[in-house]
Write a new protein. Structure first.
Length: 334
């Protein structure tokens, strides 16, 4: 009986060993998937655009955790290479960040082995631990030379941008419009893209989840359009309503004070008066949004004048005007 128990125990130990060995094997396979940069460009392994890679020197203590291995700290004056192939003209950002307390030298080359841009370093020597370099590259094969003295992160990011059918829309209160948006990656449209929209001032304009804009009240705001970490903005200008119901609230022999109904969100108003000599309306006063009245002086006694008023909103340094309201006849005192 004791012999049988011992035999069972031995079998159990052997089975555990097989299980442990079976578990260990996949880990060994995973370790072999680490990209090994090569001294010769022609042998360089491929890397992917937009993927962040953790790189390390071959003899770094962190080598076992790296996505890419390159260079040896006891050797100098050479790069190890990885490669990327571009099928069309591409705008790229090369991102690099030192993570191991030492230097990492980087240089981009074309298929002829010529340098593209300047060599640069992130780390203690340059005093720059993180940086980006932008490139506009034609279709072709490119090589990234790497010399990590310890560990670093690198990424070749293809440029994404949101292209809008319009960058600015001018609406009147109650108007509706929809802005079309497409996401482009290296000038190629990304299909089936989802966008999110947000208004900086919902009191001026609201926007739906499908990009439909509704003008609410006079003013200006931005509608942000976002997708895949990229943002673009639309400027929305909502014009003032027509200014009607102008009234004479005071008058003298040489002045008329007129008033109108104040509009929320308006930046200011302009008062225009008809000049019979010029046979046209001319601007006689500008007032801020704090007021809805204006005193017009240097008039003739007992004379009837024609007035009209329009509101405006500001966006940056530019004014955007609403339409004129009705023309009103007001008279000075005799």
């Amino acid at each position: 009986m004791k012999k049988k128990i011992r035999l069972l125990a031995v079998c159990a130990i052997m089975l555990c060993g097989m299980i442990v060995g079976g578990i260990a094997k996949p880990a060994e396979v995973m370790a072999k998937q680490t990209i090994k940069a090569t001294r010769e460009m022609k042998d360089a392994p491929k890397i992917q655009l937009d993927k962040l890679y953790h790189i390390a020197a071959n003899d770094s203590p962190q080598a076992g955790k790296a996505d890419i291995l390159a260079w040896n700290s006891h050797e100098w004056n050479y790069y190890d290479f990885v490669t990327v192939k571009l099928t069309e003209k591409t705008n790229l950002t090369l991102f690099a960040q030192e993570t191991g307390g030492s230097d990492c030298w980087i240089q981009l080359y074309n298929s002829d082995g010529e340098r593209v841009g300047e060599e640069y370093n992130v780390g203690t020597r340059s005093g720059v631990l993180k940086r980006t370099e932008k490139y506009s590259l034609m279709a072709g094969t490119y090589y990234l030379g790497l010399q990590p003295h310890a560990t670093a992160d690198i990424q070749l990011k293809s440029e994404k941008k949101i292209v809008l059918s319009e960058k600015k829309v001018i609406l009147e209160p109650g108007d509706k419009t929809t802005i079309d948006a497409v996401l482009k990656k290296s000038d190629k449209v990304v299909r089936n893209t989802k966008f999110t929209y947000k208004s900086t001032k919902t009191s001026v304009a609201k926007v739906s989840s499908k990009g439909k804009i509704v003008a609410v009240a006079p003013g200006s705001c931005k509608i942000s359009v976002k997708s895949q970490g990229v943002t673009s903005n639309i400027t929305v200008i909502v014009l003032p309503n027509k200014v009607n119901n102008i009234k004479r609230v005071a008058a003298t022999k040489q002045s008329i004070k007129l008033s109108w109904k104040k509009q929320k969100g308006v930046s200011g108003y302009e008062v225009w008066m008809y000049d019979p000599d010029l046979e046209e309306f001319t601007k006689v006063k500008t007032v801020s949004s704090d007021f809805s009245s204006a005193n017009i002086t240097q008039l003739k006694k007992g004379t009837t004048y024609k007035f009209r008023v329009r509101g405006f909103v500001k966006s940056g340094s530019k004014k955007y005007y609403g339409e004129y309201g009705k023309t009103y006849k007001l008279k000075t005192n005799k």
